[in-house]
Design a protein around this ligand. Structure first.
Ligand code: SF4
Length: 205
């Protein structure tokens, strides 16, 4: 199993395979690995110490940022995620980005943004759709129709306390009019917007 993999010039941490969604475009439906990974399906979820030990085996000299992304939703393991991100900063001296589906508050049953804001430099949030019904069609979230508003609320909270906030959609899965509305939503929330054209969901770049 692969805990840390390189995709392009960036190193990604694969913390969990758990996820509350079954997105129609999820890369996991099509391949078991990305970048230089051998297999991103985990036999066992790594501890924060194992994550750092694995990162320390890599040549990180060309990377000033480590991304927590994985083959699942990192906030499913919030405590271990936060512990790992803190160690990336303190022991490796790298910046931290989190790629998330934005459902962490529903997953954990509380507002997790204050905890994230203490250890995340940038965050990329999958918006995926322009309204709640469209979102549910695309993501098939186990949280149902409430999921979309939860993502919007999460974006708004992140905007208040995290400097680099980007929301994204995967191009080609919703109508162009919906894509335009997503861009308007990002503008309204004061965050950057990105359409991923590659048709995969993870990683972000
Ligand atoms: S794309 Fe992300 S949020 Fe959607 S099912 Fe895959 S891992 Fe989960």
């Amino acid at each position: 199993m692969t805990i840390v993999y390189r995709y392009g010039k960036t190193y990604y941490v694969n913390l969990t395979n758990r996820c509350p969604c079954r997105c129609v475009f999820c890369v996991r439906n099509r391949t078991d690995a990305l970048g230089d990974a051998e297999c991103l399906w985990l036999d066992k979820e790594p501890t924060p110490e194992e994550v750092i030990a694995e990162l320390e085996t890599k040549d990180l000299s060309g990377s000033d940022e480590i991304v927590f992304c994985g083959y699942g939703e990192p906030t499913e393991r919030l405590d271990d995620l936060i512990a790992s991100m803190r160690m990336v900063r303190s022991r490796l001296g790298k910046r931290v980005r989190l790629d998330t589906n934005g459902l962490g508050n529903l997953i954990n049953g509380r507002d997790i943004v204050p905890e994230l804001a203490e250890c995340v430099d940038r965050i990329s949030i999958s918006l995926n759709a322009s309204n709640a019904a469209e979102y549910l069609d695309i993501t098939r979230s186990k949280f149902g129709i409430e999921s979309y508003q939860a993502v919007l609320d999460f974006i708004a909270e992140c905007r208040k306390s995290i400097q680099g906030v980007t929301v994204s959609i995967v191009g080609g899965y919703i109508p162009e009019e919906s894509e335009r509305k997503c861009a308007e939503i990002a503008e309204k929330y004061g965050v950057a917007f990105r359409i991923r054209r590659c048709g995969i969901s993870l990683p972000m770049d």
